[in-house]
Design a protein. Sequence first.
Length: 169
Amino acid sequence: MSQNKEQLFIELINQNKGIIYKVSKLYMDTPEDREDLMQEIKLRLWKSFESFEGKSAFSTWMYRVAINTAITFFKNEKRQPELVYVENKLESVLDPGKNEKAEEQLKFFYKAVSTLGPVEKALVFYFMEGLPHRDIARLLGISENNARVKLSRTKEKLQEIIKHSHYEL
């Protein structure tokens, strides 16, 4: 790979590093596991960078590689998440530096998501990123209707976790 492609790769990764962080945070509970997954994602991105054709935005391609890597990594590690809760309106807690309540809610949200299966986590991640059902379906290789139904069921499941936890957000 030429020096220019290496530099381009580094720039694109730096511009989209939040994707790697968010995926790792959704799939792994401990900082060490998150770091391992982030490194694995970067490695897979690097190995497959030559195959990126630019038919979609780099970030879209990166989502797909990151989620697929996380699902594989998660299955291989056979992680058993702890029982936790979720927050319904993400936008209010995406900046953990805002205040203590927001930080607590964000922590609560990630713990809740950790109870979900790998595909459900991917659905939540794509939803958090604001992707339309059509794009979520394409990235997961399912029909748009199936993506809509699965996302709805996943939201209901997370709401049940909140209800049973007696946690008020």
